[in-house]
Design a protein around this ligand. Structure first.
Ligand code: ZN
Length: 246
C-alpha cells in the first residue's frame, strides 16, 4: 500500500497538484492520502484543494487554520495577515466543504501511526520544535510512530525507550522503519507554505509493505499561486514569503 503523507496544504493548489503529480509519476496512483491538517488558510484555492483531497481514499485530521476558517476556533494567536486570510477563506468556502472540515477529527490512528496536526498532547495548537517538548509528547500517543504538521518544518524526533533519551534529526530521503529502534514523531513538512528556507513543496510517502518512508521536495509554480493571491486581495506578505520558504 502506497500512502501519500501531506501536511499544511494551505489552499495552495499549484503546490498540491505538483506533489500529486510527483507522487503518481514516482510510485503510481496512491492507495490513500493521509492529511495532517491545515488544508486551508493563507492560500487562494481552499475549495479546489478540499475537492481534490476528497477524490482520494483519505484519512485526515483537522488543523487550527481549518477550524478558524469555519468559525469553530478563535484566531487568537493569528497575526493580522493570517487573520485576514482566514476571514477571506470563511467567506469563499462552500457549505459542503465547511461541513467536510467540521467533520474532521483531531486525531486518527492507522496501524502503527497516530496522526495529529500540532502535537499528540495538544493536537490543534502546540508546535513541536524542541526536543524537550517532543520528549513529553511521546507519553501522549500509543503507536510507534506519530505524524504531525503545523510547524511547516520537516523534522524527526526519536525516542529511545531504553535510555529515555530524545533526539532531533532531519528527515532523510529514505527511512527504513524496520531499522528504527524506539519511536518517532515525524513531520513531513508543508505542501503549500514551507518554512525551512526551501520554497519547494514538501511531502512524504509511506510504502506500507516495505515499511519505508520516502521524503520529497517538489518544485511548483510559485508565481501562479502568488499572483492569484494578490488578485484576490490576500495579504501581499503571504504571497511574497512563498518565494523564500519562510
Ligand atoms: Zn499550517
Amino acid at each position: 500500500m502506497i500512502v501519500g503523507l501531506v501536511a499544511d496544504i494551505h489552499a495552495n493548489l499549484a503546490a498540491f497538484e505538483a506533489v500529486l503529480n510527483h507522487l503518481r509519476q514516482t510510485y503510481g496512483p496512491p492507495d490513500a492520502l493521509w492529511c495532517l491538517g491545515d488544508i486551508v488558510g493563507y492560500g487562494p484555492d481552499p475549495n479546489e484543494c478540499i475537492d481534490l483531497l476528497r477524490q482520494f481514499r483519505l484519512v485526515a485530521v483537522v488543523g487550527n487554520h481549518d477550524l478558524v476558517a469555519i468559525g469553530l476556533l478563535e484566531p487568537g494567536l493569528f497575526n493580522p495577515d493570517a487573520r485576514a486570510a482566514a476571514l477571506w477563506t470563511a467567506q469563499v468556502l462552500r457549505p459542503d466543504n465547511k461541513l467536510f472540515l467540521q467533520n474532521l477529527p483531531q486525531r486518527a490512528v492507522r496501524d502503527d501511526f497516530t496522526l495529529v496536526h500540532g502535537s499528540p498532547r495538544s493536537p490543534v495548537w502546540e508546535y513541536l520544535l524542541t526536543v524537550s517538548a517532543a520528549c513529553e509528547s511521546f507519553q501522549h500517543f500509543e503507536t510507534r510512530f506519530c505524524l504531525i504538521g503545523h510547524s511547516h518544518i520537516p523534522l524527526i524526533f526519536a525516542f529511545n525507550p531504553n535510555t529515555g533519551n530524545c533526539a532531533q534529526t532531519e528527515v532523510p530521503p529514505v527511512l527504513d522503519l524496520t531499522r528504527v529502534r524506539g519511536r518517532l514523531i515525524i513531520n513531513p513538512g508543508s505542501v503549500g507554505q514551507p518554512r525551512d528556507r526551501d520554497p519547494r513543496a514538501a511531502y512524504a510517502v509511506l510504502d506500507a509493505e516495505r515499511q519505508t518512508l520516502y521524503h520529497h521536495r517538489v518544485e511548483y509554480n510559485i508565481r501562479q499561486t502568488a499572483e492569484k493571491m494578490l488578485k484576490l486581495g490576500l495579504p501581499e506578505r503571504l504571497a511574497v514569503r512563498l518565494n523564500y520558504g519562510i
